[in-house]
Structure formats: structure tokens, C-alpha cells
Design a protein around this ligand. Structure first.
Ligand SMILES: O=C(O)CCC(=O)C(=O)O
Length: 257
């Protein structure tokens, strides 16, 4: 799996989550989704395709948050992340992906890094250095994702860059001949690099939970939130809490311990 990820930038692990565990996860995620869509009605109905910061205190109870924390720091995910990040991974965020309310809303090719305000030259260097890894668990069968294999380390062709940045008459949703679609079934685990050229495929009853792990780098952790980390009581109950304690230590905004 590690080798496949290293060469292509993504890897699919079928039937990763048991039906029972998926049900428990789904109950918490639906609870978050209902509260979040109610609180962000206009955004949800006009353009949203995802929410984030699910482990925060705003919409979920302490027990519900514990369900998510235990899932996030499970051994298999940490083993994979540690093989790519030998200094140890940090916890960046969680996201929940769904279909846009407007059925005509188109998807968009992108690299996550393109929204950071850096020059193209800097982005190009940055993808060789940083690790931001998505662990996606679909709750239902769905069309999945489309990737340009190898683009986590290789820069865009002219065509890919024109599409991704909507240059020279291209649209961000145009098909790319280099794209590979990866359909997903409920309970699969799709691991992919945020550095690569990718897009979501809307349709079905899509609801996908993403866990983002990254290098222990304060700049990357500017996208993390202290409120999304477990408190001391919760840390004491988690088997692999180092993921979270290391994250807190690395965040620029963290109070001294
Ligand atoms: O599933 C989607 O809509 C897009 C996902 C994506 O781009 C991401 O997770 O970075």
C-alpha cells in the first residue's frame, strides 16, 4: 500500500471499516451534518460541498467527539502515516463531503496547495517537501474521486494547469485525459495526497468522512484548531494520543504546556 501511494499519490483499501463501526461513525457524522447544515443554511444551499472541524465542541457532545477521536488515532491509519512521515504525523483537520444542493454545480480540479496564496514556483517546490494526507471513508457507495496519478510529485502539463486554473478558455470542471476515476463503496478507505491534482465526483448519496494528517509543521498546522483536539480527560482514554499531543505542541497558537 505504501509503495502504491508513493508512486501514484493515492491507494484504495477495500472494506476497511466493519459494518458495525461504520454505523457508529455514521450516527455521529449525521448528527454533525444536521446541526452544521442548519447553522450554515445559506452557504449549504448555495455552494457548499463540505464542512470541516467536525471534532470541535460546537456541534457534538463529548462522547460523540470521543467516537471520532478514537477513529482518527486508530493504529492502522497511524502506521500508514508514520511510514510516510517518520518524524510522526500531526492531526490537521476532519471534513465531511456531500453533494452540492444545486444539481448543476460542477466539480473542480485542484491541488489543495493552490489556495495558500504562494507563487506557482513555490507551490511546485512545496509539493516535494510537505505531506498532507487525506484518509477518506465513504459512508455510502458513491462515484468517488478522480486523480491525475503521479501528480503528487510531478507538476502539471500545460493542459492540466490551464484546466486547474481556468486559463486559456478552459473550465475547472473540464475532463482531463490523464484523470483516473476511483469509485468508492461504503466502508472503503481511500488514502490520497492533497498535493495531487484531484476532483470530487458528485452523485449517489455521497457522504464521505475525511481525516487529514500532515507533517508536524507549524505552518501546515495553521489549518488546525485547538478546539478540535481532545481535552486532558479524553487524551487519558485514547490509546494513541501522541498524535494529538504532538499536534498541540507544534501549533503556533498553542499555549505553553
Ligand atoms: O470530494 C470532493 O468534493 C473534493 C475533495 C477534495 O478536493 C479534497 O478532499 O481535497
Amino acid at each position: 500500500m505504501i509503495n502504491e501511494y508513493k508512486s501514484k499519490g493515492y491507494v484504495l483499501c477495500k472494506n476497511f471499516v466493519s459494518t458495525e463501526k461504520l454505523k457508529t461513525l455514521e450516527t455521529v457524522l449525521i448528527s454533525f451534518h444536521e446541526a452544521w447544515t442548519e447553522a450554515h443554511k445559506e452557504f449549504y444551499e448555495s455552494q457548499a460541498v463540505n464542512s470541516a472541524y467536525l471534532t470541535g465542541t460546537k456541534y457534538l457532545s463529548s462522547d460523540q467527539r470521543m467516537t471520532l477521536f478514537s477513529f482518527v488515532c486508530q493504529e492502522k491509519l497511524l502506521q500508514f502515516a508514520s511510514a510516510l512521515i517518520p518524524e510522526g504525523p500531526a492531526f490537521m483537520n476532519t471534513q465531511l463531503f456531500f453533494n452540492p444542493v444545486n444539481p448543476d454545480q460542477k466539480n473542480y480540479w485542484h491541488r489543495d496547495i493552490q489556495y495558500n496564496g504562494m507563487s506557482i514556483a513555490d507551490q511546485r517546490k512545496m509539493i516535494q517537501r510537505i505531506n498532507v494526507i487525506h484518509f477518506r471513508i465513504p459512508l455510502r457507495d458513491e462515484p468517488g474521486m478522480e486523480f491525475v496519478p503521479g501528480s503528487h510529485v510531478a507538476w502539471d502539463t500545460n493542459k492540466e494547469q490551464d484546466v486547474r486554473l481556468a486559463n486559456n478558455g478552459c473550465a475547472v470542471s473540464d475532463d482531463l485525459s490523464t484523470g483516473v476515476k476511483v469509485p468508492l463503496k461504503a466502508g472503503d478507505l481511500l488514502i490520497f495526497s492533497a498535493n495531487m491534482i484531484h476532483r470530487g465526483l458528485y452523485g449517489g448519496d455521497r457522504l464521505s468522512f475525511d481525516i487529514l494528517l500532515c507533517d508536524r509543521d507549524p505552518d501546515l498546522l495553521a489549518f488546525a484548531a485547538l478546539d478540535c483536539l481532545p481535552d486532558e480527560n479524553q487524551i487519558a482514554k485514547l490509546a494513541h494520543s501522541e498524535l494529538f499531543t504532538a499536534t498541540r505542541r507544534c501549533m503556533k497558537t498553542a499555549e505553553p504546556e
